[in-house]
Design a protein around this ligand. Structure first.
Ligand SMILES: [Zn+2]
Ligand SMILES: [Zn+2]
Length: 279
């Protein structure tokens, strides 16, 4: 299983992901404040309109301006590397090749410039320090945005060629990132990777716990609207987010939208018990 260079806990990655996707610490502000940069970047309007359409499902109001400038950078990088990501090789090999010929460092520098982030070190050095120290370092943000863009370009090609594979488990078969987001389509249940956006089939007919495979002792908590749900496994204690209703949004946005299912956590039988927070 290729596990790319993210150290730290899954919870930490979630926070980082929220940060890069532009969820502000305090809700409110900025929504729809500026749309001018959207014109002319293919895919960006679709992203922003989905973010706007589903904002009431989300846990926090998205910072639209920040999210769209990050997405514009990622779409640009994806376009730039699309022909250079060989999806028949593992992703960590593809990343290593891009790093070795200096392309990754260049991409990190371009992303930093595009987002107005001042870098203290070169793109190569920033990339290396994320590989070594994880996402804690000061220059980690443009590296994460660049890495995610390359991983998304890879996953897009892979999924177009091979489709959504049947795989057990919560770890993304392409990049190794753990997913806590399940999407129901008809009677099929797919996991969505929060990093690369790849979707894989975990069960048919009924949901199964993505962590341990349990099918019987499961609870799904939802509301009358029924679009989002919270899955809870009595076998292993895992808690995860479900999209049960139709949500028409780019795959990469699904984990962020599904996070709204956290609202149902208080309905869990053991809510508030110490240790029940991180299922
Ligand atoms: Zn992935
Ligand atoms: Zn389980």
């Amino acid at each position: 299983m290729p596990v790319i260079c993210f150290a730290g806990t899954a919870a930490g990655r979630g926070d980082q992901f929220r940060a890069t996707m532009g969820v502000p610490r305090t809700p409110g502000a900025n929504l729809l404040s500026r749309t001018a940069p959207l014109r002319g970047v293919p895919g960006l309007e679709e992203f922003v309109s989905a973010l706007t359409r589903y904002r009431s499902l989300m846990l926090d109001e998205p910072d639209l301006e920040r999210a769209s400038s990050i997405e514009a950078e990622q779409l640009r990088v994806m376009e730039e590397v699309r022909d250079r990501v060989d999806d028949s090789a593992p992703l960590d090999e593809v990343l290593e090749r891009l790093r070795a010929d200096g392309a990754m460092g260049k991409i990190v520098e371009e992303v930093a410039e595009g987002l107005g982030v001042r870098m203290e070190v070169s793109g190569d050095e920033a990339y290396r320090s994320v590989e070594e120290d994880g996402l804690e370092g000061a220059g980690a943000m443009p590296v994460l945005v660049a890495l995610q863009a390359v991983a998304r370009a890879y996953a897009e090609r892979y999924q177009a060629r091979k489709g959504r594979l049947r795989r057990e488990g919560a770890a993304c078969p392409l990049c190794g990132t753990e997913s806590g987001t399940m999407v129901k389509e008809g009677d099929r249940y797919y996991m969505v990777c929060p990093l690369c956006g790849y979707e894989w089939l975990v069960s048919e007919g009924a949901p199964a716990c993505p962590r341990c495979g349990e099918r019987e002792r499961l609870g799904v908590y939802t509301d009358r609207v029924g679009i989002l749900g919270l899955g809870a496994c009595q076998g292993c204690g895992n808690v995860w987010h479900l999209i049960l209703g139709e949500v028409d949004a780019p795959q990469i946005l699904l984990p962020l939208i599904a996070m709204g299912a956290e609202r149902f956590r208080r309905a869990l039988p053991d809510a508030g018990r110490p240790g029940s927070e991180d299922g």
